[in-house]
Design a binder for this molecule. Structure first.
Ligand code: AMP
Length: 632
């Protein structure tokens, strides 16, 4: 069947199509209804079915491939490498599940996971879905303020963490940040479970903090059966940034997600049981959830969980792992490839990469020079894919498992099966049918299985944020601009909102602005995303100080800039730190007081800021130009 017909069928014979995909996973009780869309935009997939994510990722493989590798945890930070077979993973997950149960976790409870990239993080995720609890992984690079707001929203019964992570050989303590976050948060978790890696000395708070080592020892022989949950039972929440300062808890179901991942492993990633999958992402992001932990395991593949930099001990480390573990499918981000492109190309020819069949890249636009370079270096298909935390799996790419299609540079590909992707005029709401017309990329409901069910505890926010932005239409907005060519290939042209993308990580400028505003000497602030050769975009902050003297001399500016960077580091984490903080006397605004973000961004990128006739004070932009000049 051609891919076009396959995609068409997924929309016109939706239930029959997804019922066939549902057979890719194990059901304790088969679903009675494929899709309930009686209350749009809320889609309920595989209604009446009982299943379990952990069962599908782990248990069902134990009988057939129990001795095969399931999880390969590699750390070039601690120089450790440990491979867990499906049987070993099964045992570890049950130990973790028993520990969580002892700490009071049951079905529907939340467990917040704030962990470095170690095997125990995956055990904890799988243990949660095993017992019907929801995990909320918070990226280890976030600091106490960001963590506290997520604790308050998720209200976890237990937090699982570790003494620390490590970056570039330097230990990064986690526990002090966690303690501070719990102090800041209104909600207090009942217990904290701590993995002791021996990286940083740990203090245990009596009555609250528990040692994983001790609980694991106690539950070495634990038998914790999988809790069969409704297909619509939430499996996890994952926070993502939007246009407001408050991150949204993207909530995902169980059955739809398991089916979507199993189907994507077959049709898109073409992974075979017994092969090895290597995704270089982090469990704190959606790629980590879908394609480090659940996707490859559901497909019976071994998955590599990597802690470390792509350039340490040298820029050959990823290729060394590909050779050693005979990786067939690899998943990364354009930024990482750009980092490697700066290194000696000899690292790529040093290893036997003949096992590798494709490299998938996602998270940010893939520029042509990067794609060309890696494609000629690896000599395998480089497959761009476009998706979001909300979708959980690719919206646009090539489903080469259905029919091999050629890539077009600059395009992530065509609409994936199940996604009725359309383009709309932002102001009139009119659908754009013609080729190469620019519009907002949107998806007609129901969203396919695996996509977010709602915003955690805020159905209204789900509807208002995602489904009400195209005038007169109830369609899901991706908040990305795009065009579609005559062959159905989409090209993504950037966000329609103030969300920025730094090295493939989505950051909300509002969240950074709120953090900067908490500095006592900040009167006004604007954060914009500015094009960057390596990271795609970086955040730049423009600050008007309360004390005008802080903008007078270079020394005073530098001092305030340093202080502001520290505030962001302490509250949100280095991941959100602006690349520059520019102290100005006034921000460029229209006469009606609207901030001219796009003009600011244009000046930073050395472009023409466009029509400025409505600007209140022309000197504002000139000052930005002058201050930016030395860095250009
Ligand atoms: P996140 O939810 O953090 O994965 O961010 C999703 C956003 O990243 C999308 O809405 C796009 O703006 C951007 N994005 C992800 N993948 C791609 C891609 N392949 N090409 C262009 N932009 C992408």
């Amino acid at each position: 069947m051609s891919y076009k017909a396959f995609h068409q069928r997924s929309l016109t014979e939706r239930d029959a199509f997804w019922s066939e995909q549902a057979a890719l996973i194990d059901w304790h009780q088969p679903p009675q209804q494929v899709c309930d869309y009686s209350n749009p935009p809320f889609a309920r997939w595989f209604v009446g079915g009982l299943t379990n994510l952990c069962h599908n990722a782990v248990d069902r493989h134990v009988a057939t491939r129990g001795d095969q590798a399931a999880l390969i945890a590699v750390s070039t930070e601690t120089n450790t490498e440990r491979s867990y077979s499906f049987s070993e993973l099964h045992r570890e997950v049950q130990r973790m599940a028993a520990a969580l149960q002892e700490l009071g976790v049951g079905k529907g409870d939340r467990v917040l996971i704030y962990m470095p990239m170690i095997a125990e993080a995956a055990f904890a995720m799988l243990a949660c879905t095993r017992i019907g609890a929801l995990h909320t992984v918070v990226f280890g690079g976030f600091a106490s303020g960001a963590l506290a707001s997520r604790i308050d929203d998720a209200e976890p019964k237990v937090i699982v963490s570790a003494d620390g992570g490590s970056r570039g050989g330097k230990a990064v303590p986690y526990k002090p940040l966690l303690d501070e976050a719990i102090q800041l948060a209104q909600h207090k978790p009942g217990a904290v479970l701590l993995v002791e890696r021996g990286l940083v000395p740990l203090n245990f708070l009596a009555g609250r903090d528990h040692s994983w080592r001790a609980l694991r020892d106690k539950h070495l022989d634990a038998v914790v059966p999988c809790e069969w949950v409704d297909a619509t039972h939430p499996s996890y929440t994952l926070y993502t940034s939007g246009t407001t300062g408050k991150p949204k808890g993207v909530q995902r179901d169980t059955g739809g997600y398991a089916v979507a991942l199993a189907a994507s492993m077959k049709h898109i990633f073409q992974g075979q049981p017994g092969e090895t999958y290597f995704s270089t992402s982090d469990i704190g992001w959606v790629v980590g959830h879908s394609y480090i932990v659940y996707g490859p395991l559901i497909a019976g593949m071994a998955t590599i969980l990597y802690e470390g930099l792509p350039t340490r001990p040298d820029a050959g480390i990823w290729w060394q792992l590909v050779e050693k573990y005979k990786v067939t499918r690899m998943f990364s981000a354009p930024t990482a490839v750009r980092v490697l492109k700066k290194q000696d190309p000899a690292y790529l020819s040093k290893y036997d990469l003949s096992s590798l069949k494709a490299l998938y890249l996602a998270g940010e636009p893939l520029d042509e020079p990067t794609a060309q370079w890696i494609s000629s270096a690896l000599n395998v298909p480089i497959i761009d894919n476009y998706w979001q935390t909300e979708s959980g799996w690719p919206i646009l790419t090539l489903a080469n498992g259905v029919q091999a299609q050629t890539s077009k540079f600059g395009s992530p590909g065509v609409a994936m099966y199940g996604y009725d992707v359309k383009l709309f005029d932002e102001s009139t709401g009119e659908e754009l049918h013609g080729a190469n017309q620019k519009g907002v990329v949107a998806i007609e409901g129901p969203l396919p299985p695996g996509c977010m069910q709602t915003v955690w505890r805020d159905d209204q926010r789900f509807v208002n944020t995602y489904w009400k932005s195209i005038p007169g239409k109830l369609v899901y907005s991706t908040f990305d601009w795009g065009i579609r060519d005559e062959d159905g290939y989409f090209f993504i042209l950037g966000r329609t909102d103030d969300v920025i993308n730094v090295a493939g990580h989505r950051l909300g400028t509002r969240e950074i602005e709120e953090s900067i505003s908490s500095h006592p000497n900040v009167a006004e602030v604007a954060v914009v995303g500015v094009a960057d050769n390596l990271k795609g975009q970086v955040a730049m902050a423009f600050v008007v100080p309360k004390d005008a003297g802080s903008a007078e001399s270079p020394e005073a500016r530098l001092r305030l800039e340093g202080e502001i960077m520290k505030v962001v580091d302490g509250q949100l984490g280095a991941v959100a730190r602006p690349s520059r903080v520019i102290i100005v006397n006034v921000l460029p605004k229209t006469r009606s007081g609207k901030l001219l973000r796009r003009a600011l961004q244009a000046v930073c990128e050395g472009r023409d800021p466009g029509d400025l006739t409505t600007m209140d004070d022309p000197a504002a932009l000139q000052q930005v130009r002058d201050l930016m000049a030395p860095a250009a």
